[in-house]
Design a protein around this ligand. Structure first.
Ligand code: AMP
Ligand code: ZN
Length: 279
């Protein structure tokens, strides 16, 4: 089945997006988010791109330039959020401070900051859903990483859609947590690369310059060395979906409003605020 059909099928099966929804796509400038934005626009959804300028030197500049041209070319609005205007610093500084003050390394700090900004801005843009470009390989890595950490419960929220009921208040109005959806959940990375190359998208394929020596990178290398087929990855991810309801029960997570920033949180103070306190 071709990739466009696969995406349409995932959207239908998991009820990810409604035709009248305002669809905000988190755009990194990579092949995954660029392809998903392109396809959702082609399928007739009301799409807008949302990109965070992380200030990663030339890497960010090229991605920004590419995405401005790309969105312009297909008539999709693009919002670029400036990290320095939001938080006063670029991501390298933030990561360096957190490493020094809390010993935090890897991609977790960047991930927390990105999620916080994307949710806030998707809401500002009046998005009904926030789409990310996470693919089958990312999801397989999540399952394996959580297993290797001995903490399978961490995967309780690894679904094509997260957010759900807490997205709306009792009157059906939008809440603080914009529903996050992953239409590429079952699409292998290799297929997305082939699609982007065949479409001749003017994008950069290099991975993030900061993502080296991290647990995810090591897990990806290990997964590659196993030579898992796309079918095997799909089986891992699909079977994992079956135990998610059980994990959710055990996790018993309740979202509240962070006392620091007013954004959704699992504790009194959200993880992003714990980062901001150090800056
Ligand atoms: P990553 O965390 O870099 O693997 O990216 C996963 C997904 O997060 C991408 O497919 C995008 O949808 C989103 N994303 C990553 N970086 C950015 C960014 N700088 N701005 C907006 N969205 C992003
Ligand atoms: Zn907070």
């Amino acid at each position: 089945m071709d990739m466009e059909k696969k995406i349409a099928e995932t959207i239908k099966k998991y009820k990810l997006i409604k035709k009248k929804d305002k669809v905000v796509v988190a755009l990194s400038g990579g092949k995954d988010s660029t392809s998903v934005l392109y396809i959702l626009n082609k399928l007739g959804y009301n799409v807008e791109g949302l990109m965070i300028d992380l200030y990663l030197g030339e890497w960010s500049e090229i991605h920004k330039r590419n995405m401005k041209k790309f969105c312009d070319g297909i008539g999709v609005p693009l919002m670029i959020v400036d990290l320095k205007k939001e938080l006063g610093q670029g991501i390298c500084f933030i990561k360096a401070v957190l490493k020094q003050k809390k010993g935090l390394t890897g991609c977790s700090v960047c991930g927390t900051v990105k999620r916080w900004i994307l949710n806030k801005w998707a809401r500002k843009l009046k998005g009904d859903v926030l789409v990310t470009g996470h693919n089958l390989d990312d999801e397989t890595q999540n399952v394996l990483m959580n297993f290797l950490k001995g903490n399978v419960i961490l995967g309780a929220n690894s679904s094509p859609a997260t957010g759900g009921e807490i997205n709306k208040d009792s009157n059906g109005n939008h809440g603080k947590f914009v529903q996050r959806v992953k239409p590429l959940f079952f699409v292998p990375e290799g297929e997305i690369r082939k699609y982007a190359e065949a479409k001749k998208f003017e994008i950069m394929y290099e991975r993030c310059p900061c993502a080296f020596g991290t647990y995810r990178v090591d897990t990806r290398a290990w997964m590659d060395s196993l030579g898992l087929t796309d079918g095997a990855k799909k089986k891992i991810v699909e079977n994992f979906q079956k135990i998610i309801p059980k994990l959710k029960k055990q996790q018993n997570r309740e979202l509240v409003i962070c006392e620091g920033c007013g954004e959704p949180s699992t504790g009194k103070i959200c993880n992003a605020c714990k980062i901001f306190e150090c800056l």
